[in-house]
Design a protein around this ligand. Structure first.
Ligand code: ADP
Ligand code: MG
Length: 260
């Protein structure tokens, strides 16, 4: 890795599915504490690149380097998770019949060895941590609710809280605001900014208004490749990006209105 502050680097990553290149020579460098938005039309390869980073899919060529240059390209999913890369999928994987508090408790304990779990002394400290997490995700008043009774947005926050208790250095989120109300969407944007004070995040997003409101740096993918990287203004002012989103050449087109 060239810079000390780079926490994740994808170098010329290519992924093939039966000869079809879903990702082609993709580059991505994420800095520590960065909140990066990854956008692009359907089928651009966004989910696939997240799959590569978390080890679910193996690239046919290229490399993924984590913190300090550790090559994670060939590591197994659980090893990558243990190194500190957490992945949230589009469907929440919470335990609906357990309470919000219990869900967080389970997530926290998954992170521990037997030794730590057995130390009863830790109990009140653990409760404090869960409480702080509840406040952060805005569910402190619903700690005793059954998770299945939460709104769609609240379930997503719970799952983010569960991920955070496992203390990842990088969080990978795939369309976290899909299906959320406007209010929930805004709250999620604020939550992501708060998380980025400690951790690094890659968020795949479809909702352009959300991206415009909350993104500082945006990476645009198209047909498996890096199309453009920059601020939202730079991305919006790019002819190729406009073309990809609207299927035609036009200057100063407002991609913020497009949802693809
Ligand atoms: P995005 O998340 O940007 O919409 P994806 O990464 O899901 O795009 O998909 C990129 C391309 O790879 C699409 O054309 C998709 O159909 C294809 N693809 C994704 N996963 C598989 C798979 N397991 N097998 C075959 N093709 C796949
Ligand atoms: Mg996708």
């Amino acid at each position: 890795m060239s810079s000390k502050s780079v926490i994740l680097q994808c170098e010329a990553v290519t992924v093939e599915f039966d000869g079809f290149k879903a990702v082609q020579g993709m580059h991505l460098a994420l800095e520590r504490g960065e909140l990066r938005f990854l956008i692009g039309p359907n089928g651009a390869g966004k989910t696939t690149i997240l799959d590569v980073i978390c080890g679910k899919v193996k690239p046919s060529s290229g490399k993924v380097l984590f913190s300090g240059g550790v090559d994670i390209t060939r590591k197994k999913e659980h090893q990558i998770a243990e190194l500190g890369i957490g992945r949230k999928f589009q469907t929440p994987s919470i335990f609906p019949s357990l309470t919000v508090f219990e869900n967080l408790e389970i997530a926290m304990k998954q992170n521990r060895g037997v030794f730590a779990t057995l130390r009863a002394r830790m109990q009140s400290e653990d409760e404090d941590r869960i409480h702080r997490q509840l406040v952060m995700i805005g569910l402190e008043d619903k700690a005793q609710w059954r998770a299945g009774g939460l709104s769609h947005g609240e379930k997503q926050w719970l799952e983010i809280g569960m991920m955070l208790l496992q203390e990842p250095e990088i969080l990978l989120l795939d369309e976290p605001v899909a299906g959320m109300t406007d209010k929930e969407t805004d709250k999620t944007g604020e939550l992501l900014h708060e998380i980025a004070r400690q951790q690094s995040i890659v968020v795949v997003e479809h909702d352009m208004e959300f991206v415009r409101n909350f993104a500082s740096k945006v990476t645009v993918m198209h047909e498996g490749k890096l199309l453009k990287e920059g601020t939202m203004d730079e991305v919006q002012g790019d002819d190729r990006v406009a073309e990809v989103y609207l299927g035609k050449k036009r200057r100063d087109v407002d991609v913020s209105r497009s949802t693809a």
